[in-house]
Design a protein around this ligand. Structure first.
Ligand code: MG
Length: 253
């Protein structure tokens, strides 16, 4: 009996060591494929944490009247977030029955969990709205004491520069668009690249270039086992996926 326990313990240590050695798992829009979950819901954040993801990614929009909310698409049930009031947006329900979370409620939940956060600011038509959103996001992350475990990503070059200028020490700022080479990201002050798997397969040399420059590499959205294995074999730092448990099982092999 004792030997079985020792074997189980050693196996657990080996699995844990293997998972720590490889790329870190980032749940894309939370772990939304879990039972009772939905993209960018509070439940998706809790589920990402409960299965041991390194980080959970989510998307932020700013309403017309200046409230930050968590949602991927520009609209929710046809209500265009950037053109609507918070009251209109927050009355909308997600597929799992939750209402759309405000960033405030999302970060309040995150503050009770150990999981790291990857905060994406969506591209708004108004650059002024993006700039205000960057300031407000950083202030809210600070309010909840999450400065040391929140990284920032965006497709907006303007917001990328704003985050770099305003994010606290220790926060990583990553660019999503895939149109800058690693040396440009380094020059702008970014922490690394967070590029689409198709882009990374086209330019795999960027992984080593990033590492040589002291930058990190995150790849999205990696859902096929063969793409996950490609990322593992190519030594990327983070993999963003809709299927964190599948990725964890590959990392444990
Ligand atoms: Mg996103």
């Amino acid at each position: 009996m004792k030997s079985i326990r020792i074997f189980a313990f050693l196996f657990f240590v080996m699995v844990a060591a293997a998972m720590m050695a490889g790329p870190k798992v980032v749940a894309h829009r939370g772990y939304w494929q879990a039972p009772g979950s939905a993209q960018n819901s509070l439940r998706s954040l809790v589920k990402a944490d409960s299965v041991g993801c390194y980080a959970s990614e989510f998307d932020v929009w700013r309403t017309r009247d200046g409230v930050l909310v968590v949602n991927h698409d520009a609209d929710i049930n046809g209500v265009v977030i950037a053109d609507a009031t918070a009251a209109e947006v927050l009355a909308q329900h997600l597929p799992n029955g939750e209402t759309v979370p405000t960033l405030d409620s999302y970060l309040a939940e995150a503050a009770t969990l150990p999981v790291r956060l990857v905060c994406e600011l969506k591209v708004h038509d108004s650059r002024a709205a993006e700039r205000r959103a960057v300031e407000e996001i950083i202030a809210m992350v600070k309010k909840y004491g999450l400065e040391n475990r929140t990284d920032y990503i965006t497709f907006s070059c303007d917001a990328f520069r704003e985050f770099i200028a305003k994010a606290p020490e220790g926060a990583g700022v990553y660019y999503l668009e895939g149109n800058y080479v690693p040396s440009q990201i380094k020059h702008m002050g970014g922490a690394g690249i967070d590029y689409y798997i198709g882009v990374m397969k086209k330019y795999p040399q960027w992984i080593k270039e990033c590492h040589d420059l002291g930058l990190k590499v995150n790849v999205w959205t990696v859902n096929k086992p063969e793409d996950m294995q490609w990322c593992i074999d190519h030594n990327v730092d983070f993999i963003t996926t809709n299927d964190p448990e599948l990725l964890q099982s590959l990392l444990a092999k």
